[in-house]
Design a protein around this ligand. Structure first.
Ligand SMILES: C[S@@+](CC[C@H](N)C(=O)[O-])C[C@H]1O[C@@H](n2cnc3c(N)ncnc32)[C@H](O)[C@@H]1O
Length: 259
């Protein structure tokens, strides 16, 4: 399991939290009693859920002790569980929560065809399963990360390649959830983040997608070399604007299934 660092992740707290705000705003429930945030990270998305439904009894679950420690500081009143989403989905009783929320976490979890119906079953009638996942697997930052990691110079460090990405097309989520749902809503949003040069993209992904690659490298000097190569590959795709910044487009897929 890759290591998570809440400080690195939260360098882009606003950009990473806005999708959680947008997702929670679209969930048409007035006063759910029980809500859980799966893959709650440092508690930024849990705080969004708390602000949206202040009366709800709130739980956050994550399998990173480091992230949970930060989450506890963010929202001491919530219940915090260290655990795996797949295991939780398989063992949670039916109709346990009015809101099951997962912002930017399920793309780390395999077997969506099995896990998502289990998650929906854990939603109480009238409640909602609300998900957001990055949908930019083929965008240059991800494609180039994979191309670099599997290139002649680097592939010996990564056998097998360190990470699988678990996001499917929107049709998959409709087909998987609609048979068990009263209604399914899906949409994508293209966020365009303004970052401080190519270094901004590297910093962004050091908090998420680059971690499994960097974790597999033996020392700091090798990691440094990997990142330098990565930056060279990124540069032609992100022209520098007149003010020295770059535009970093980021598509995200949103799904809400109501029971
Ligand atoms: C990109 S962060 C998202 C954090 C937060 N939800 C947000 O909206 O910014 C992904 C989180 O999912 C957690 N995670 C990844 N796989 C998991 C799993 N199988 N079970 C539980 N948590 C998991 C990671 O530890 C990390 O904290």
């Amino acid at each position: 399991m890759p290591t998570w660092n809440s400080d690195q992740y939260l360098k882009f707290a606003n950009e990473r939290t806005q999708p959680a705000v947008d997702l929670a705003a679209r969930v048409a429930l007035a006063a759910p009693q029980r809500a859980i945030d799966l893959g709650c990270g440092p508690g930024n998305s849990t705080l969004v859920v708390a602000n949206r439904w202040p009366e709800a009894r709130l739980t956050g679950l994550d399998n990173s002790a480091a992230m949970l420690a930060a989450a506890r500081n963010t929202l001491p009143a919530a219940q915090w569980l260290e655990g795996d989403i797949t295991t939780w989905a398989a063992h949670t009783a039916a109709a346990s929560f009015e809101v099951i929320f997962a912002n930017a976490s399920l793309h780390w979890v395999p077997e969506h065809a099995v896990v998502l119906p289990q998650l929906l079953a854990a939603v109480a009638p009238g409640g909602a399963l609300a998900l957001q996942m990055p949908a930019n697997f083929d965008a240059p930052p991800h494609r180039l990360m994979r191309e670099l990691g599997t290139s002649e110079s680097w592939r010996s460090f990564f056998t097998p390649p360190p990470r699988e990405w678990h996001v499917h097309p929107s049709e998959f989520y409709y087909d998987t959830l609609a048979p068990h749902a009263a209604r399914v809503e899906l949409w994508t949003t293209d966020y365009i983040h303004v970052l401080a040069g190519i270094d901004g993209i590297v910093e962004w992904y050091r908090g998420t997608g680059l971690r499994p690659w960097l974790d597999a490298l033996p020392d700091e000097a090798t990691r440094h070399r990997f990142l330098a190569n990565y930056k060279e590959l990124l540069a032609p795709h992100f022209p520098i604007r007149a003010d020295g910044r770059i535009l970093f487009p980021f598509r995200r897929l949103f799904v809400i299934a109501y029971r």
